[in-house]
Design a protein around this ligand. Structure first.
Ligand SMILES: [Zn+2]
Ligand SMILES: [Zn+2]
Ligand SMILES: [Zn+2]
Length: 127
């Protein structure tokens, strides 16, 4: 089902595209400079997650972040096998593109990976 694209949706999407990293509600609200109220941002992000445009990351700081999906557009379920990285210095949350494999106990089968690793990112490590 194709959904109508409202100007608000387009604005939120373009902020996410420009950021090229995951953003929290607060970051989005700030980037949109008060043009869209908080409740609308929440609603749009939930819709994007349902539609497979973005995925939700609950980071180890307890906040939710939203990142654009690369390959799961318009699928029923998100299927991700990447970890997320939260930098403790610049506070960026990003999707790690390399695949991570985990060794599970016998008889367990992994279907989703939803891990967050925090530390120092490559930009901050250089400085
Ligand atoms: Zn996804
Ligand atoms: Zn950093
Ligand atoms: Zn991700």
């Amino acid at each position: 089902m194709k959904r109508r694209n409202t100007p608000s949706k387009t604005a939120v999407l373009s902020v996410l595209e420009r950021a090229n990293t995951a953003l929290s509600h607060d970051m989005l609200e700030e980037a949109l400079d008060g043009t869209i109220d908080r409740a609308t941002i929440y609603r749009i992000l939930n819709r994007f997650c349902e539609d497979g445009l973005t995925h939700r990351i609950v980071a180890d700081d307890g906040k939710q972040y939203f990142a654009l999906c690369e390959e799961c557009n318009h699928q029923k379920a998100h299927s991700h096998n990447h970890f997320h990285f939260r930098c403790l210095q610049c506070e960026r949350v990003e999707c790690l593109s390399n695949e991570v494999s985990v060794n599970l106990p016998k008889g367990y089968r992994a279907e989703n990976f939803n891990g967050v690793i925090s530390g120092v990112c490559n930009r901050c490590a250089v400085a």
